[in-house]
Design a protein around this ligand. Structure first.
Ligand code: SF4
Length: 361
């Protein structure tokens, strides 16, 4: 089944004016909105993928202070970049940001390209992000359809199609392409996103009484707002059980740089697949710390990635470090805080580290 694009465009053409008026009066203030340079829009859109606005604000300011433009980004050390991204998750976003910055330096004289189609060719920039940058920073009349917009459109049209389907996303993008005004297209895109974020909210009842386009909304008319959008269940995540061991010697903890694709380049403690007894752990610790003096259980922790869930049990083990650790580094708290990016997956344990290392944070 398909959306009738022409009928949808005709039905929603009148939404542009009330949406823009509503946005002008109600838009939340955000640093990247208040100063929407191409670099600011790009950085914020990458940070906002899979992450809430409130969580991004602090990271955005800190990142901009350290890396104020494309040239500095292209030349930054990867480890410093990951450190700035530490805790935001989805680290490939940071790596792609840098890859794209290098392309911008090499092929575009250091200025982000103005055209949607050219933006799409940069690493890490998909349909949505290209549309957001092109429309908000450069005023190009192109759609920027994120999850919020998909939800709003699905309800406005009372569409029963699954918004996780690529074909449905493509059709809804075409609908926006048909209704987006030539005047301030970026504001129109942001108005749709903002409406989805604060009025046409997910999970439960949208705030239709406050909606500037309720007069155009078929889901409201039909009493279907709580049932839409249709989203098919995602595949179940794989569960991995892990034993996480912080080997601590003379105020330093042993860390390893990850080689796996997931969280590549980040630092982590000894991390064993499966739950281990104290006796079983000793064998794994022996080469790095042959003499152990104390073991402190750190409790259970969980972290959910897109396709996998880690269920961890943690320990701190104190003792005398061996000289023979070939691929790990011993780091004190200051070094960890300044230089070594630790994945948010370990945050339940990382926050205990100052105490475990006997330092005041
Ligand atoms: Fe969403 Fe309600 Fe507005 Fe329809 S009327 S777009 S369901 S907030």
């Amino acid at each position: 089944m398909n959306i009738d694009i022409d009928a949808a465009v005709n039905a929603l053409r009148g939404t542009a004016a009330p949406l823009s008026d509503w946005y002008a009066a109600n838009a939340r203030s955000m640093p990247w909105r208040d100063d929407p340079t191409p670099y600011h829009v790009w950085l914020s859109e990458i940070m906002l993928q899979q992450t809430r606005v409130e969580a991004v604000r602090g990271y955005y300011d800190r990142f901009l202070e350290a890396i104020p433009g494309v040239k500095v980004l292209a030349e930054a050390e990867e480890q410093a970049l990951l450190k700035l991204w530490e805790g935001l998750g989805y680290y490939s976003r940071a790596r792609n940001l840098q890859k794209a910055a290098r392309v911008v330096m090499e092929r575009h004289n250091g200025a982000l390209p103005r055209k949607y189609e050219v933006l799409l060719s940069l690493p890490g920039i998909g349909e949505y992000t290209a549309g957001a940058i092109a429309s908000i920073a450069f005023g190009e009349q192109v759609p920027a359809v994120d999850g919020n917009v998909l939800r709003v459109l699905s309800r406005l049209l009372a569409s029963e199609l699954d918004i996780r389907e690529q074909a449905v996303k493509r059709q809804l993008r075409q609908v926006v392409r048909g209704i987006i005004p030539a005047e301030r297209p970026g504001d129109f895109n942001q108005a749709l996103m903002e409406l989805g974020a604060v009025v046409c909210i997910p999970n439960g009842q949208p705030l239709c009484g406050q909606c500037p386009v309720s007069g155009y909304c078929w889901a409201w008319e039909l009493g279907r707002t709580g049932k839409l959008p249709v989203k098919k269940a995602k595949k179940k995540r794989r569960v991995e059980r892990r034993t996480v061991i912080y080997l601590i010697s003379r105020g330093k903890v042993l860390l390893f740089q990850r080689k796996a694709r997931l969280l590549h380049g980040m630092y982590e403690p000894l991390n064993l697949m499966g739950y281990f007894s104290q006796q079983e752990m000793i064998g794994y610790m022996a080469s790095a710390m042959p003499l152990q003096t104390k073991m402190v259980p750190l409790g259970a922790a969980k972290h959910i990635f897109t396709h996998v869930e880690w269920r961890m049990t943690g320990y701190a083990v104190y003792g005398e470090a061996s000289e023979a650790v070939s691929d790990g580094i011993w780091a004190d708290w200051e070094e960890i805080r300044e230089h070594y990016p630790i994945p948010a997956a370990y945050s339940a344990y990382t926050k205990q580290l100052p105490k475990l290392l006997c330092v005041e944070d």
